[in-house]
Design a protein around this ligand. Structure first.
Ligand code: ADP
Ligand code: MG
Length: 214
C-alpha cells in the first residue's frame, strides 16, 4: 500500500433491517484517504454520511467490503482490539457535542486518556495543551452549560485532539451553531488540517469550497 494512504475502503456496503424492509445505507463504496487530506462529505439527509463515518470510526462494521486503516485490515478484529485502535487513532466531533454536562471542560478533554498508561500529571499537561490549542484554557473550569455552543464544540475538538489521533471525524459539527460560531469551527478544523492532521468533515456548508478541501 502507498505509504501516504491512511484509509482505504473497498466495496463497502451497509444495510439496516427496518421491520420487514431493508435500508441500503451504503452501496459498494470505494474511498482512499491520504494522510493530511481534508475531506468534505456532502449529500442529502439519509444518504449514508453518518453510516460511513461510523464505519470509518470503528463504531460500526460493514456488511461487505474491506477496510484498511493504517495498513491494517480492521474488519476482522474483535471489539476489544477495535476499541483500542479507535481510542488511539480516531478523534470524534459530533453535532450535539457529546460532552459530559457535569464535568468541567478540562475533565471532558482528559477522558480519552483515562485508559492510557501514563502518569496523572502527563494527562493534565496534555489536556491543558489541547484546551490551549483551541483557545479555551481560560474556560478550563467551566462545565458545558456554562459555555456557548461554539465553546462547547471547541471543547469537543480539544477532546478529539488530546490523544494524538491520526484522523479527526466531524459529523455535521456546525449543525447546532449559528453561522458565525460555525465558521469559527470550520476555521479551526482547517487550521488543524493545515498542521498535517487528516480531517473528514460531514457538512451542508457549500462555502467550504473556499478551503483546500477535497
Ligand atoms: P445521513 O447521515 O446521510 O443523514 P445515515 O447514515 O444516518 O444518513 O442514514 C442512512 C440511511 O440508513 C437512512 O435511510 C437511515 O434511516 C438508515 N439508518 C441509519 N442508521 C440506521 C439504524 N441504526 N437502523 C436502521 N436504519 C438506519
Ligand atoms: Mg448524519
Amino acid at each position: 500500500m502507498n505509504k501516504d494512504t491512511l484509509i482505504r475502503l473497498s466495496g463497502v456496503s451497509k444495510r439496516f433491517q427496518m421491520g420487514s424492509g431493508v435500508v441500503q445505507a451504503l452501496r459498494e463504496v470505494d474511498l482512499v484517504i491520504k494522510r493530511g487530506d481534508f475531506l468534505a462529505v456532502m449529500g442529502p439527509s439519509g444518504s449514508g454520511k453518518s453510516t460511513l463515518m461510523n464505519i470509518i470510526g470503528l463504531l460500526d462494521r460493514p456488511d461487505e467490503g474491506s477496510y484498511l486503516l493504517e495498513d491494517q485490515d480492521v474488519g476482522g478484529l474483535d471489539d476489544d482490539r477495535r476499541s483500542y485502535i479507535r481510542n488511539r487513532t480516531i478523534g470524534f466531533i459530533f453535532q450535539n457535542f457529546n460532552l459530559l454536562s457535569r464535568a468541567t471542560a478540562y475533565r471532558n478533554v482528559m477522558l480519552p486518556l483515562a485508559y492510557r498508561p501514563m502518569p496523572e500529571t502527563e494527562r493534565h499537561r496534555l489536556a491543558l495543551q489541547a484546551l490551549d490549542a483551541v483557545g479555551l484554557s481560560p474556560r478550563a473550569e467551566h462545565t458545558p452549560p456554562q459555555l456557548s455552543g461554539g465553546e462547547r464544540q471547541r471543547v469537543a475538538i480539544a477532546r478529539a485532539l488530546v490523544g494524538g489521533p491520526s484522523v479527526i471525524l466531524a459529523d455535521e459539527p456546525t449543525g447546532n451553531l449559528d453561522s458565525r460560531a460555525g465558521d469559527e469551527i470550520i476555521e479551526l478544523l482547517t487550521e488543524i488540517s493545515g498542521r498535517g492532521k487528516t480531517v473528514i468533515l460531514v457538512t451542508h456548508d457549500h462555502g467550504l469550497t473556499r478551503y483546500a478541501v477535497r
